[in-house]
Write a protein that binds this ligand. Structure first.
Ligand SMILES: NC(=O)c1ccc[n+]([C@@H]2O[C@H](COP(=O)([O-])OP(=O)(O)OC[C@H]3O[C@@H](n4cnc5c(N)ncnc54)[C@H](O)[C@@H]3O)[C@@H](O)[C@H]2O)c1
Length: 270
């Protein structure tokens, strides 16, 4: 079978392409014959059709980037992210969720029926359902500025970890917003990676301690690589996955399954 994932000639948009999972995703999509528009705050190393600069902390920068993207768009891959400290908690929320949401929403009018959006959340989003009442307050704010104002006014709720709250938000948002988007024929999903060997990992070790991060390794017994996360995301956004929408795919080496069945302790339990 030729082109089994059906990316040849398709127009795709990828954020976070200067490093890690976004870079690996863009490279796979180039190799599969897609027309790739790559965006990052840093220079993109992949040889893509179009490379744009974007700062996901800044709605004007996001809008300027979207204005340079000519539709129709077949698939969007939202991969950019910050780890939390040494970056600020608010910046982390803005890049990982608010800016990503603003970017995706601005592109929706250009996404074809049958198109898709795939985000990267985290296995750290475990337990996101318990935060739903608070997350719904954030989701009710639609503009970037209104969400930022809500975050600034409610720091005591989420400010202890912009990283984990941004991931709770993504998992909840794909279900909530995905329900509307599928009515337009657009699928919205995310992956929840376990610990992955990328440029972000030293920041996690520094903040939480290597032992705590290692406690989130599933029974597979090792960290994943960026490419091992990029492939599931590429598959999730493939037209072959036409019945998969509003879904969270745990790409965590079996962590959630082992955790839920008592085979393994929880995150942070050594
Ligand atoms: N590495 C892990 O262990 C791990 C685990 C679970 C989830 N994740 C998530 O995976 C995604 C990709 O992270 P990664 O591990 O590949 O890290 P990475 O640091 O290698 O890549 C992140 C990319 O985001 C870009 N970025 C940062 N701030 C930006 C901004 N303001 N505007 C635009 N782009 C910006 C960076 O320049 C970089 O290219 C992130 O959402 C991260 O939270 C990572």
């Amino acid at each position: 079978m030729h082109d089994p994932l059906q990316y040849e000639g398709r127009k795709v948009v990828v954020t976070g392409t200067a490093s890690g999972m976004g870079e690996a995703t863009a490279q796979i999509l180039v190799d599969l014959g897609a027309q790739v528009t790559a965006l990052d705050i840093k220079e993109t190393s992949v040889d893509v059709e179009t490379a744009l600069t974007i700062d996901l902390r800044d709605p004007a920068s996001i809008d300027a980037s979207v204005a340079q993207i000519e539709g129709p768009v077949d698939a969007v891959f939202s991969c950019a992210g910050l780890p939390g400290p040494p970056f600020g908690e608010l910046d982390t929320m803005l890049v990982n969720f608010v800016g990503a949401r603003h970017f995706i929403e601005a592109l929706i009018p250009q996404i074809v029926e049958g198109g898709s959006v795939g985000c990267i959340s985290s296995a750290g989003a475990l337990g996101w359902q318990e935060q739903l009442p608070i997350l719904m307050e954030l989701f009710a704010r639609e503009t970037f500025e209104d969400q930022k104002a809500w975050l600034e006014a409610n720091q005591e709720t989420w400010g202890w970890s912009g990283y984990l709250w941004s991931k709770y938000a993504i998992d909840a948002w794909v279900g909530w917003r995905g329900a509307d988007l599928i009515e337009k024929g657009i699928r919205l999903n995310c992956i929840n990676p376990g610990p992955t060997d990328t440029a972000m990992m030293p920041a996690f070790h520094e903040l939480a301690g290597k032992e705590v991060i290692d406690s989130a390794i599933g029974p597979i017994g090792r960290y994943s690589t960026a490419i091992e996360q990029a492939w599931p995301l590429v598959m999730l956004n493939s037209t072959r996955m036409s019945y998969v929408c509003g879904e969270v795919l745990w790409t965590d080496g079996g962590f959630i399954g082992a955790n839920s069945t008592g085979k393994q302790g929880g995150f942070g339990e050594l």
